[in-house]
Each structure stands twice: as C-alpha cells, then as structure tokens.
Design a protein around this ligand. Sequence first.
Ligand code: G3I
Length: 388
Amino acid sequence: MMTRREWIKRGALTSCGVALMGSHPLQVMAEPKKGGSADGGIQGPGSLKAHAQRRGLLAGSAVGLGPLRSEGAYKTALAQQYDLVVGEVCMKFGPLRPTPDTFMFTDADELVAFAEQHGMKVRGHNFVWHEALPGWFASTVTKENARKIMTEHILTVGGRYKGKIQSWDVVNEAINVSDGRPDGLRKSPWFELIGPEYLELAYHTARQADPYAKLTYNEYGIEYDNEASDKKRAATLALLKRLKAAGAPVDALGIQSHIQAVSSSTFGKGLRELIESAHQMGLEVYVTELDVNDDGIPEDDAAERDRIVAGVYRDYLDTVLQHQAVKAVLTWGFTDRHTWLNGTKSHRKKRPDRQVRPLPFDADYRPTQAFFAERDAFDEAPSRQAAG
Ligand code: G3I
C-alpha cells in the first residue's frame, strides 16, 4: 500500500495544499496529529466537545431517531462527543405534519428530551424549505392560505420548543441561481405561493414564536472558489442584506459544508470573505452539515481514503475556524453507518459499488482520522466568545 508520503510525492502540492494526482486534484494536508487527553483517549477531556469548548466552540452532529432508539453505541457516542444536536429529519415540515390538521411531535420531543438529559443544546432544522413537504401540501396549500399555513406551522412548532432551541434554521436553501431570477431566489413552493416576502414573514414569525433562539439562514453550495459558488455566495449575501435592511430578525448564517474529498475546486478566499461579510452584518456563523464525500478517491484502501478525508476536514476547518464569528461545527451525522450519502447512489456516482467514509466515526463506531483532524482543528483555532 502506498504510504502517505509516497502519495504526496506522486503529486505536486499546490500553494493551498492541493496534491494534483494525475487528473485527480486532491486536498491533502499535514498528517493529523493525535492530540487530546493525557491518556490519548477520546472521552471526557479527549472528546470533540471538550476540545471545542476550550475554544468557545460548540461541537455537534445531526441525529437520526432510528439509530438513537435502536443502537446503544450510537446513543453513547453521541452523548460522549457532542454538546449540540440537530434532527436530521424530525423537525422538518413533512415529518411533523402527517395531515393538514395534525402534528406528530413524538420524534422531535424525544430528541429534545435526550438533549436535555445530556446537557446538550439543540438546533431546529427547519421551518421553511422546498423539500420534505408532506404529500398533502400541493393539493392543500394555495396562494390564499399559504401565509396562514406557514405562520401557524412556525408558531406551533417554534412555540412548543420555545427556550429549548439554540438556533433555528428558519429558511433553508432559498437560493437557486439557475432558476434565473436576478436576485437568485429559488422558485420554491413557498416563493410561488407567497412571493419573495415569505422570507421576512418567516423570520418575524419565528422570532414571535421563540424570542430566545438564534434565527439562522442555512445554505449549501457556498463553500468553494468557483463561478457557481461565487454567484451563490453573492446571492446569499444579498439576501441577508435585504433581510437585515427590512428589519427581519436574522442572527446567523449556516454554511452547510457538504464537501468533496476530490474536487476540481478548492476553498479558501470565497469562504473567508463570506464569513467576514456575515460577521460585518452582525451574524454568527455555523458550520451546520459538514461531511467529506470520498466517492472521488480512486484508492480503495480505507486507511488511505480516511487520511485524505481527514486532510480535507483539517483544511476546511482550519479555514473557517480562523474567524471568531464561527461558533459551532456540526457534522451531518457522526458515523459512516448512518450517513445520507450512503442512502442513495446519486452521491456516489464515481463508485456506486462502495460505501463512503465521510464522518468522524466509521460504521463500527471507531474514531476515524477525520475525528482527530476535527479535534486538532479545534485545538489550533483561536478562542472566541461562545455562541449565544
Ligand atoms: O422514515 C421514512 C421511512 O419510514 C420510509 O420507509 C422511507 C422510505 O420512504 O423514508 C423514510 O424517510 C426518509 C428520511 O430521510 C429518514 O430516513 C425520507 O424518505 C428521506 O427523504 C429523508 O431524507 C433526508 C433529506 O434531508 C430530506 O429530508 C436525509 O435523511 C437528510 O440527510 C437530508 O438532509 C438535508 C438537510 O435537511 C438539508 N441540507 C441537505 C441535507 C442532505 O440532503
């Protein structure tokens, strides 16, 4: 098996640590060092949350209620490593709304109860999105009743968890430049039914429902330095500026951070400018859904894939954590056993024959190189005032 040193020697490291392997530009960085507690362990002082807390950061993960209920190892690792959780699905419009007249809070209640039991904070995800809408939506929601349905949803759900949510993704993914609007807004069902003012309405309603939660705008595809991401970042910042100018109560920007281990693009300048611009608007910044998809790594050797994935974790987190506006890092799940990326082959186009390894724990709940890379990135980050 090729050693890491041989791997890097085979490519020409570019200025930002990109090793060009033939046609596979890989982002590889220094070997993650094994930091952590004196015993080298990963619990207590060696946990992700302990290392994050020392820098004023929250360390979190998305949570699936299925494994939370059925796998002891899942529950144990979650409680040991994280002080912030977000429901991967359970607080979305569709799962909460089996019918137009009913709410199903069982799963969300269980997540909130688990978090309270383990002294964890909770992110709410999400009130308004073009996906995860219930089957009855299209036949029930009209231009006449959409405002009422959206505001009642936010007031009911936000009100139920009032004071228990650190931050809400009030609107998720409202930008889609390819929809052709000058402002880059996505022509989502909510946009079509209410108009662009659905955004201001959603944030004002969320503030009314829960005056304590940090109201967040969450977006993907704004991480890389390339033309598409540049345009999406510009549209995202323009939207945030519009909302702030209109007096909409937006407190934070969520950068989803679904990253590729192999990409023709790198990240750095655009990401730093985005975070600084959000900071200038008075916003906190959260890395809300980090995972590193290794589908594009040609090697099959798991250790080699893990090393490259860890290098991207380190590179990405070093980049974002340099700014003290960044207050939280959540991965989208924490174990390769339960990643959305293995759910469908659409995220594994290059190697649909194999499962991906995008997260800090492998499918057997063993910490991967990415775990140590995330923990080391916390150690190297400047301290900051903790999130509100
Ligand atoms: O629970 C049902 C199950 O009862 C049913 O048998 C099965 C087949 O229909 O579906 C199950 O629900 C699925 C759910 O995940 C739980 O696994 C839904 O179909 C499926 O659509 C849902 O996918 C989630 C997706 O958002 C849509 O809500 C993914 O797990 C989740 O990782 C993904 O997360 C999104 C973020 O919210 C926003 N950013 C992008 C990210 C990835 O797409």
